[in-house]
Design a protein around this ligand. Structure first.
Ligand code: SAH
Length: 227
């Protein structure tokens, strides 16, 4: 019997397959919030990175952005979002828009998102991309996010995606009672990811793990020289 032997080179996994593999990894690492997992499935991370990096979009790694910044690894994005305990009704403030990817994840999990970026070039590109992807519940602003964004305060949740020397006071002031603030606090080299909950008697604080973020540069954080 004649049989044609076709060459059995495996095609590279599609981005969709890689995304499912990433979701398995996130679940194994302790991401159990269905809203967060669905957001990771829905948001096309490949659109938020440079074209040359698209094949790596669903690897669990941070990827470089312009201006020496980086888009956090997906597990970190998922863990931080999960720690905010979002149910879909919240107003959220993000400091450090970067690519806009984390803002898109938040926009899927909450009612509205205000995000602030100090580099105009990053903020403008993120705003364009989020608009093109149809996010109508995200506002991108250029500015010093260590001062928060008073016009839309108070917020139910605040996420800082850059490393702070201490919990920025203006952000605590703009957090609603019982609101949650997630922020990496430590040295420029390494930080503890802190979950801060505002209670009647003061702030409750829990460390969620070690992390490494690019520095938060601003009036209530570090000065320019660390950038
Ligand atoms: N959340 C982003 C990644 C953030 S990287 C994403 O999903 O892609 C950290 C970002 O914080 C960088 O873009 C950096 O420029 C920004 N940043 C640092 N200090 C800031 C400040 N004071 N206000 C606003 N953005 C700041």
């Amino acid at each position: 019997m004649n049989s044609t032997v076709e060459s059995q080179t495996n095609p590279p996994d599609s981005l969709a397959e890689r995304r499912e593999t990433l979701l398995d990894l996130l679940r194994q690492a302790g991401v159990h919030d269905a809203r967060v997992l669905q957001a990771i499935r829905n948001v096309p991370r490949e659109q938020f990175v440079a074209p040359a990096l698209r094949a790596q979009a669903y690897a669990n790694i941070a990827l470089p952005l312009e201006y020496g910044q980086s888009i956090s690894q997906p597990l970190m994005v998922a863990m931080m979002t999960q720690a905010l305990g979002l149910t879909g009704t919240e107003s959220v403030l993000e400091i450090g828009t970067g690519s806009g990817y984390q803002a898109a994840i938040l926009a899927q999990c909450a009612r509205s998102v205000v995000t602030i970026e100090r580099w105009p070039g990053l903020a403008e590109r993120a705003a364009r991309l989020l608009g093109a992807l149809g996010y109508t519940n995200v506002e991108v602003h250029i500015g010093d996010g260590t001062l928060g964004w008073p016009p839309a305060a108070p917020y139910d949740a605040i996420l800082v995606t850059a490393a702070a020397p201490s919990v920025p006071e203006p952000l605590v002031a703009q957090l609603r009672l019982h609101g949650r603030l997630v922020v990496p606090v430590g040295s420029p080299e390494q930080q503890d990811l802190l979950l801060v909950v505002k209670q009647e008697h003061g702030l409750e604080q829990r460390a969620l793990g070690i992390c490494v973020f690019v520095p938060l540069i601003g009036a209530a954080a570090w000065r320019e020289r660390f950038d």
